[in-house]
Design a protein around this ligand. Sequence first.
Ligand code: PXG
Length: 461
Amino acid sequence: MNQTSTANMSSTEMWQSMDGHHLHPFTNPNDLLQKPPRIIESARGVYLTDSEGNELLDMMAGLWCVNMGYGQQDIIDAATAQINQLPYYNAFFKTSTPPAAELSALLAEISPAHMHHAFFTSSGSEANDTVLRLVWRYWDLLGKPEKRVVISRKNAYHGSTIAASSLGGMADMHAQGGIIPDIVHVDEPNWFARRCELGGDLDREEFGRQVAQSLADKIEELGVDKVAAFIAEPIQGAGGVIVPPDSYWPEVKKICRHYGILLVADEVICGFGRTGEWFGTNYYDLKPDLMPIAKGLSSGYLPIGGVIVADHIMEVLISQGGEFNHGYTYSGHPVCAAVAIANLKLMIRENILQTVRESTAPYLQSRLRELGEHPLVGEVRGVGMFGALELVKDKDNYIKFHKDTGAGIICREFCFENNLVMRAVGDSMIISPPLILQQADIDVFVERAWKCLDLTQKAIA
Ligand code: PXG
C-alpha cells in the first residue's frame, strides 16, 4: 500500500503519504484515508509549527502533558547528558541508578506529607495497572484477599491497557475490549449533564452529595468485605473537564474513611501544577492512599509515570515481606527520570505554581467566562489551568445538541483551521494549556475561540 513515488511531493504530502502506514490511536483509519493528518514538525513555548508553516496555539499542552511548554533547554540538556552517561539500566534485582534514586526523593518532597515512595512506569496506563496490583497485594498481605472490588466512575479515564480501560468508565472502550472482573462503576459528579437531562433546576451542592452517596450505596450493596478501593480523578480530564460540586469530595473522603477502603487519586492529568498545586489532591485536600502519575511529571518530553504510595501501605509491604511481583523493563528509566528531575527543578526554580495560582489561572478563568457569553456556550467549567466550554442548542432551556450534530467536532475543526488547538469531548470544548502561558497568549486564545464559536454556530444553524 501507498507505494506512490515521493518525487514531486511537497514535504507535507510526503509525510502524509508515509503516515498512511501508521495505525493511529483512538482514530477511525477510514477518516485518515479521506483526509490525511496535519503534520506537526516543531514547537516552541506554547506554539506548534506544522509542515505548512502554520503556527498553532496549543491550548491542550500536547495531550494534557507539556506543562512547562516546548523547547525548555534544561530538560533537553538533562536528557542529552544522561543518555551519554548511562542510557539504560534497570531497577530490578537490587540495582538502581542516580536519576531513579533522585527522582523518588524529589517526589517524596513534593508529595502530600504522608507519602514518601514512588514506583515507576512508562505511562499512566501502566501506573493504573500497578495500582490494581498494589491494591490487591495490600489487602492480601492484611489477610483479606476477598477485598478485590475496585469502584470507579462512569466516564472516568484511567488509560488504555486492559486493566486501565476496565478501571476507566468509557463505554466505547468497554464495548471493544470488555472489562476485567472485580471492577464496578458508579455515577460521575456531572452536574450540567444531569441538569440537561432533567431540563431544569438542580441544586449543585445537593447533587454533589447525592452522587457521593451513590458510592456508599454501592459499597453497602457489594458488602464492605468485598470492596478494596475507590479510584477517581480529582477533576475528570478526558471525560470532559468535569469539575465536581464543592460538596462532592468531602463526602467521598468521609465515605472511604468510614468503610476503610483505599482512596486512589488518579493524578495523571491533575498532577504537576494543573490546579495551581502540585497535585489535585492538594487542591481538594484528599489525603489519598495511592496516586498514579505521568504526563506533567516530565512535561511529556519523555514517557514516564508512576504510583506514589502512602506510608501506611509501604509499611505493610515492608513488614509483611515477600516480593512485589510486578515491574517493567523501563521502570525508573534513567534518561526519563533525568528529564523528570530537570522538569520538576525547572518548575520549582520558576515558581510556576505560584504564578499559576496568583496570575495565569485567575486571568485564564475570567477570560474563559467571557466566552460563556457566546450564544452557543451553555456552561463554562474550569479550575486552575483546566477549562471547558459546553456547546448547547438552547442555553436558556438547557437543551443539548443531538449527538449526531457533531457540534464539538465541527468546532474543533474550525479551531484547527484557525490555528488553535482545542480538544472536543462530545460537545465540550476542552482546554488544558501549558502552565507557562502568558496573558497575551490567553488574549489570542479568546479571540480565536470566539471566532470559531461564531463559525460553528453558522455551520450548524
Ligand atoms: N489516567 C488519566 C487521568 C489520564 O488522563 C491516563 C491515566 C493514561 O495515561 P497514558 O500515559 O497511558 O495515556 C490518562 C491519559 C484525551 C486523552 O483524548 C487523554 C489521555 C490519554 C490520551 C488521550 O483526552 N489521558
